[in-house]
Design a binder for this molecule. Structure first.
Ligand SMILES: CC(C)(COP(=O)(O)OP(=O)(O)OC[C@H]1O[C@@H](n2cnc3c(N)ncnc32)[C@H](O)[C@@H]1OP(=O)(O)O)[C@@H](O)C(=O)NCCC(=O)NCCS
Length: 160
């Protein structure tokens, strides 16, 4: 089955509990924080965080959270490095993976970055077997290096 007509939706009082029940596969938990944690972080960073549900029909199939306009430790010492925007969290439910929802969510976030005038999309990921590195590289992100937390940083030029 492939994604029919996925869309992003804001989290509402009606959907917040179902969103918090969203699970990746057990062996993937080390690669992404729980949705409840992301929503807690979003609530204290309202100017920066953009949390959205990935929905298809009446199903919540995933969660994505973008960040907009944040200085990065990775760029410390780089003169005039602009603040970064990109993917903060991305999780597609274990039973919904491999249907194009992840690709859709990244595209939708990057469209929003463009809409706000951004030209680069940034993401960081934990290295490791079963992790998302191949997914991001397959979407065109270039691996740039390591952050202070030991995560890989990748970015994608949105001007092309
Ligand atoms: C990584 C993740 C978001 C991918 O979502 P998805 O909906 O399964 O991905 P899609 O179906 O959109 O896949 C798009 C392409 O990426 C490939 N792909 C997906 N996951 C991959 C992975 N882990 N490694 C390599 N390639 C991968 C798919 O095969 C597909 O390739 P194709 O276009 O050649 O067919 C999902 O597996 C997930 O939620 N993982 C656990 C949490 C996680 O690691 N989040 C990222 C935190 S930074």
């Amino acid at each position: 089955m492939t994604a029919a007509s996925p869309r992003l939706e804001e989290v509402t009082p009606d959907t917040v509990l179902e969103a918090c029940r969203l699970e990746v596969a057990p062996e993937q938990r080390k690669f992404v924080s729980p949705v409840a944690q992301s929503l807690a972080e979003a609530s204290v960073h309202p100017d920066v965080a953009w949390p959205r549900l990935i929905c298809d029909g009446d199903r919540i199939v995933g969660f994505v959270m973008a960040f907009f306009g944040v200085p990065f430790d990775y760029d410390a010492g780089v003169p005039d490095a602009p603040p970064r925007s990109g993917l903060w969290r991305l999780a597609v439910a274990a039973g919904e993976q491999g249907r194009g929802y992840g690709r859709f969510a990244v595209g939708a976030v990057n469209e929003e970055i463009r809409r706000r005038g951004g030209t680069v999309s940034t993401v960081t990921w934990h290295p490791g077997e079963g992790g998302p590195e191949g997914f991001y590289l397959g979407l065109g992100y270039r691996k740039r290096g390591l952050t202070a937390d030991g995560e890989y940083l990748g970015d994608l030029d949105l001007t092309g």
